[in-house]
Design a protein around this ligand. Structure first.
Ligand code: ZN
Length: 159
């Protein structure tokens, strides 16, 4: 496993659409491992492949320590309710703001074993799934931020 460099807001790659994974190769498994390691090192609760400059539909999410979701070609198949949530992003250090996300989502994705799974998530996990899946379409939370809710935090103290 290796720590990869996390791109920041100015990087154009964050605005591009990622391509679906057609075959789960050792390269993709290594990407999953590196994403998890990089996310943990940065103290984040999710990381998408484009954030490390790889334009493939792969994300990892870990809102509860030790409970890592590895999502390949994720798709949101159901959304229910809404929640107003505070968001930040490892690619946008120092900025936070509020967005409105579904309170519950169902996500269908491939896992590293090549099988398709469905996950139904609420609250923070639902928020994290939506945030990371948005990255695959080149969308950042600041695009969805409620007007007037942007604020700056010390990136070293936001945890
Ligand atoms: Zn993000």
């Amino acid at each position: 496993m290796a720590i990869r460099k996390i791109l920041t807001e100015q990087d154009r790659a964050l605005r591009l659409k990622s391509r679906p994974v057609t075959q789960i190769t050792p390269h993709i498994l290594e990407l999953l491992d590196d994403l998890t390691e990089t996310m943990r090192r940065a103290d984040g609760c999710g990381l998408a492949a484009p954030q490390v400059g790889v334009l493939r539909c792969v994300v990892v999410v870990e809102t509860e320590p030790g409970e890592v979701y590895e999502l390949i070609n994720p798709e949101i198949t159901n959304r229910q309710g809404t929640q107003r949530v505070l968001e930040g992003c490892l690619s946008i250090p120092g900025k936070q703001g509020f967005t409105v996300r579904p309170e519950q989502v169902t996500v269908r994705a491939l896992a590293r074993d090549g099988k398709t799974y469905e996950y139904t998530a609420h609250g923070l996990l639902a928020q994290a799934f939506c945030h990371e899946i948005d990255h695959l379409d080149g969308i950042l939370f600041v695009d969805k931020m409620l007007p007037g809710t942007l604020h700056y935090v010390d990136p070293n103290e936001e945890k």
